[in-house]
Design a protein around this ligand. Sequence first.
Ligand code: AMP
Length: 213
Amino acid sequence: MNITIIGPPGGGKGTYSTRISDKYGIPHIATGDIFRSEVDEQSELGKKIEKYLEKGELVPDEIVNKVVRKRISEPDCKKGFVLDGYPRTFPQAKALEEMAELDLVINLDVSEEVIIERLSNRRICKSCGKIYNLKSLPPEKEGVCDQCGGELYQRPDDEPEVIRNRLKEYKKRTQPIIDFYREKGIVEDIVFKEERPIEDAMKDIHAAIGKIN
Ligand code: AMP
């Protein structure tokens, strides 16, 4: 079961891919999470990619492809995986074809108003990575993770100007790869014209996965 979730920043890639990973027992591979932790650790890779993340620009394809190739070749990916935030460019989609065959592309089709509303209210746990939304999914206690008691923070690239840059990048680079997968007949669109409860959208996602299972 090889799945990727594609969607704009704030589209819910993290939320939905985590749920898919839990429910179907396949690893969740989020390139953004991998890169953020490399930056936090100030590893050699982290230092190289820091400037891209800060500005909301895409990390060069060769670097991203190398990271994903290595991760996908690990034993836990044998029965499948859910990619989150990859591929984001045409060369990445081509590189992925050499690594594995995708069964399903979940396209989160989210209106711009919903994105802005979500990102400005998004908070993330520093310790366990759980994602909250101050309006639709608030923590019980302000600033504290319900799950582990960790501190909640706002991603620096969720600032309005950086959001606009990330959305521009998305439209330019990522939209064409959805068309590429559409031609292969493996895309399922999950549409959010306005905000929807997570469980409601999950029903559509389960139905899409049911078709390939
Ligand atoms: P995300 O958490 O998916 O929004 O990713 C955060 C940032 O990590 C992006 O703004 C990019 O700078 C970088 N990034 C994550 N995935 C990719 C990718 N597939 N290709 C290039 N850059 C990426």
